[in-house]
Design a protein around this ligand. Structure first.
Ligand code: LLP
Length: 416
């Protein structure tokens, strides 16, 4: 991630010093490079172009309107998982015809929004088929659908991110997916046009073989459908999951994933390949800049208390790993391992047990790397804290894409 680097001892993003970038809005603040996100999108497209792959952006990772607007200008499709995300995409002029809707628990209200805008719905259960058929019938519409398949493949990522294993709540096992296809062919769901299969084996997938095994399961199903005369059943959505380098062990590139899938999917003119990456598009593009509030000590350990915590970046607390590298905004020699914590009244509000940081003092700035994905979108108002502002950098210029919240607005809609 060379768009975030030290220049004359100051940490910069796209060449702009981070201390200057947050000077007006203060800390904590998220800062994203939209150009880096766009470049990652183009890279995924280029990697999968030989397979005819079309790339959607997974909105859940970073749904700021400025980010989505950039994706619209790139001509990207969108992967949404809620009526709220779909509303964001529609508001920014995203193409509903290239938007897909995933999720195990879609409500009637959400399904109706999707049907009205001709969004493709990836179905995850037989009950959902019934609900979608009923909602579409009430609106007098047909709806394009895919079947989210649970391939029964466990990839070696953090347990909470394994979404393709047999025990996961996601998708339908292949046998049930077949039964659903049969029911559809028998005319049980007259409003649904089944157009293909969908999967997502997990996130931060450490190597391609699990994705390949899962794709084999999906390909079987696709052939089953085509043999039964469903000629238009040709969508093959591989999901997302491409890993990024958080500073741990090396991870495979998106090109390596494409290469691993080529023996299976290369030259298959009978299918349309789709992807929906999120983390690999937005993650490395963003940082969270925070300030040291206080120095403390544990027996034998230095500790820094920051003005940001699990309410702004929950991943370290949620997954119990030191997942985000923390860099000082002004470079300096390491003063040894440091415990880094946030202000929230929970012991899990700890970012790192042993970060290598200089001897920082109150007012000094630090930056969390790779915070462009699953950062702000997972922020909460816990302890009635405000969410941070979001600054975007585009073409060398910075602007505030979302201001800091007001305390009063956090409870303005409540009725005493
Ligand atoms: N498609 C589907 C159906 C998904 O469930 C996900 C992520 C994606 C695409 C995008 O996956 P990506 O390319 O970003 O790996 N909150 C966790 C990650 C949860 C991922 C959920 N699904 C984190 O902070 O790491």
């Amino acid at each position: 991630t060379d768009h975030v680097r030290y220049t004359d001892g100051v940490l910069t993003l796209d060449g702009l010093a981070l201390d200057g970038l947050v000077a007006d809005v203060g800390t904590p603040a998220y800062v994203y490079s939209l150009d880096v996100m766009a470049a990652a999108m183009e890279r995924a497209r280029a990697a999968f172009a030989p397979l005819g792959g079309q790339v959607s952006y997974s909105v859940k990772v970073n749904s700021n309107q400025a980010v989505l607007a950039r994706m619209v200008r790139l001509g990207a499709g969108f992967d949404v998982v809620s009526g709220g995300e779909l509303s964001r995409v529609l508001a920014v002029g995203g193409d509903p015809a290239r938007t897909t809707f995933a999720g195990v628990g879609k409500t009637d209200e959400e399904l109706a929004l999707a049907v009205r805008h001709d969004v493709l719905v990836n179905i995850e259960s037989a009950d959902e088929c019934e609900a979608l058929n009923r909602v579409a019938a009430a609106l007098g519409r047909r709806v394009r659908c895919g079947i989210r398949v649970n391939p029964g493949v466990t990839v070696d990522t953090l347990a909470p991110m394994q979404t393709g294993s047999a025990k996961a709540k996601f998708g339908l096992p292949a046998t049930e997916a077949r039964a659903l296809l049969d029911a559809c062919l028998a005319g049980r769901y007259p409003q649904l046009s089944l157009l293909g299969v969908h999967m997502h084996v997990g996130s931060q997938v450490p190597e391609p073989s699990g994705m390949v095994r899962a794709a084999e399961v999906l390909l079987d199903l696709l052939e089953y459908a085509q043999q039964r005369g469903l000629d238009e059943f040709r969508r093959f959505d591989l999901g997302g999951g491409f890993p990024i380098d958080y500073g741990g062990p090396a991870v495979p590139t998106v090109e390596e994933f494409a290469a691993a899938l080529t023996p299976l999917l290369g030259g298959r003119r009978d299918l349309d390949v789709y992807l929906e990456p999120g983390r690999s598009i937005a993650g490395p593009a963003g940082v969270l800049v925070a300030q040291v509030l206080y120095r403390k000590h544990r027996p034998g350990q230095r500790m820094l208390v920051l003005d940001t915590g699990m309410h702004h970046l929950i991943r370290p607390a949620l997954y119990r790993t030191d997942v985000h590298r923390i860099l000082p905004v002004l470079a300096g020699p390491s003063a040894g391992p440091t415990v880094v914590v946030g202000p929230v009244c929970e012991s899990t509000d700890t970012f790192a047990e042993s970060a290598e940081l200089p001897d920082l003092a109150p007012g000094d700035l630090v930056a969390f790397m790779d915070a462009g994905a699953y950062g702000m979108v997972m922020a909460s108002h816990y302890n009635t804290n405000r969410k941070p502002p979001e600054i975007v950098v585009e073409n060398g210029a910075a602007r505030v894409a979302r201001p800091r919240e007001q305390w009063s607005s956090l409870f303005a809609s409540e009725r005493p």
